[in-house]
Design a protein around this ligand. Structure first.
Ligand SMILES: [Fe+2]
Ligand SMILES: [Fe+2]
Ligand SMILES: [Fe+2]
Length: 481
């Protein structure tokens, strides 16, 4: 039995200053804690959990119709990518030879995440991810903070503490998502599946591996047959007329004869339409293997920015008093065409080609200046950040896509060629009865005038340029910036 030294009990730092850099008291610091080996083993488990959750958010985003879920999957994938990166760095500091970070730590744990990936619908997915996986991860992180020596293993403590901050945020969102999407009937229906999930965690020795792994072949239900990745974008019922390309935002924005104020509507439309970028980027991530984790981190950050831009557009309409669901048609033709017609690298090539085209005078700076000139503070604010984010995205494109292609010229030319190959077929959408490309602009503009109590300007009201002739593949003007 260890005897607490009287000195330890009575020892005081100089002049009443806090002990041990303020981290912990002497008595607690003098206790044992997790060994390097145990700490690393558990950190690897959290890493694996973040990584698999990232994969699940990314692979379920595009075909998930509910807009709010697309947005939150973007955010939570970003969190998971970042925390997985921090854990990788920490594990690499702990005498681990080439890390073993990319190997499955436990078959039952992997089956657990496979089951979540294969969840049959949004209700089951949020139930599994937010009511089982993330709380188990939070519990593991809390246990680490409680059991490891805060002085001795301080770098791990920081990583866990920061991770926990956002895992708790994800859990809080999840509780609301579960009560919104998974009713009692579904919960009842899925009770045996929930038991299976808990059983897999127990079998694996707990998500953090703090208990004994039981081994054995894990049972499976939804993942008995591996799920097929679905890269065809889907939207919920608020997004009617998803093939509508009847209003050409860029031509209006760049028309110097048009007044500045209503141009904010086109800016909000363009921002909200950026929902198609996460849908497309998720498919690149889902279908690209063998890249370093930093690639995943960068691409997921960009994906989240694009989701933010969409929500900025949504807020823009709302603060302008416009119910976008009624007056605006947000198409998905870009993400649909890219995802179904191009290989993952070629999708990235198009994205890079478009985004580097946003950097000159006619791109993001112009949108920001237009927003300022409109006198709409909110429009100016979001365009300011949209521009800043797009500069970061151009950098991400240079770091990953351009480097892979060799040089900028080749990269731009290849992106141009890929974009020219994409068939966004205005006429066939009509012929197949998918849309009539209705011109929704006059309705939107009239509503905006009504809210502001002003008379519509007949010239603005008459705007009817579509993407039929001045198509989205206009070299200077992008569809999805
Ligand atoms: Fe943007
Ligand atoms: Fe971007
Ligand atoms: Fe964008």
């Amino acid at each position: 039995m260890s005897v607490v030294s009287p000195l330890l009990k009575n020892y005081l730092p100089h002049a009443g200053l806090p002990p041990l850099a303020g981290i912990v008291g002497f008595a607690e610091a003098a206790c044992a804690g997790l060994s390097v080996e145990t700490s690393v083993t558990r950190l690897k488990r959290y890493h694996w959990a973040f990584r698999r959750l990232h994969e699940i958010f990314i692979k379920r985003l595009t075909a998930e119709p509910i807009y709010e879920l697309k947005m939150v999957f973007s955010l939570h994938a970003h969190y998971c990518a970042e925390h997985a990166a921090a854990l990788r760095t920490r594990v690499a500091e702990m005498r681990e030879p080439p890390l073993g970070l990319d190997t499955v730590p436990d078959a039952a744990l992997d089956a657990f995440f496979d089951e979540l990936l294969a969840a049959p619908d949004a209700g089951a997915l949020v139930l599994g991810v937010y009511e089982t996986a993330l709380p188990a991860l939070a519990e593991g992180l809390r246990r680490h903070l409680a059991e490891t020596n805060k002085l001795v293993d301080h770098p791990s403590v920081r990583v866990c503490r920061f991770a926990l901050l956002e895992v708790d945020e994800m859990c809080a969102y999840g509780r609301q998502a579960v009560s919104a999407l998974a009713g009692d009937a579904q919960r009842q229906e899925l009770s045996s599946w929930s038991e299976l999930l808990h059983g897999l965690l127990v079998q694996s020795g707990g998500l953090d591996g703090s208990r004994e792994s039981k081994g054995g072949v894990p049972a499976r239900r939804f993942s008995a047959k591996p799920p097929v990745y679905d890269k065809v974008p889907k939207r919920d019922e608020r997004f009617v007329d998803s093939y509508n390309m009847g209003v050409h935002a860029e031509v209006f924005l760049y028309d110097e004869t048009m007044p500045m104020e209503p141009k904010t509507l086109m800016l909000y439309y363009k921002r909200l339409r950026e929902i198609d970028v996460p849908e497309m980027m998720a498919s690149i991530l889902a279908e690209t293997a063998d890249k370093p984790w930093d690639y995943t981190v960068d691409m997921t950050r960009q994906l989240w920015d694009e989701a933010r831009h969409a929500m900025m557009g949504e807020v823009g309409f709302l603060q302008a008093g416009i119910d976008w669901r009624q007056f605006v048609r947000i198409n998905f033709t870009w993400s649909l065409a890219l995802n179904t017609q191009l290989a993952p690298l070629d999708r990235h090539a198009v994205l890079y080609f478009i985004e580097q085209g946003l950097m000159p005078k006619t791109g993001k700076r112009y949108e920001w200046e237009t927003a300022i000139a409109s006198g709409e503070g909110f429009a100016a604010l979001i365009q300011d950040y949209d521009w800043a984010d797009e500069v970061l995205h151009a950098r991400i494109g240079r770091d990953w896509y351009v480097k892979q292609m060799g040089d900028t010229r080749t990269a731009v030319d290849y992106g141009d060629a890929c974009w020219s190959r994409v068939l966004i077929d205005w006429k066939s959408y009509i012929e197949r009865g998918l849309t009539r490309h209705e011109n929704w602009w006059p309705g939107l503009y009239r509503e905006w005038c009504r809210v502001r109590g002003i008379e519509p300007d007949p010239v603005v009201l008459a705007y009817h340029t579509t993407y039929e002739t001045a198509r989205a593949d206009l070299k200077e003007l992008s569809s999805s910036g």
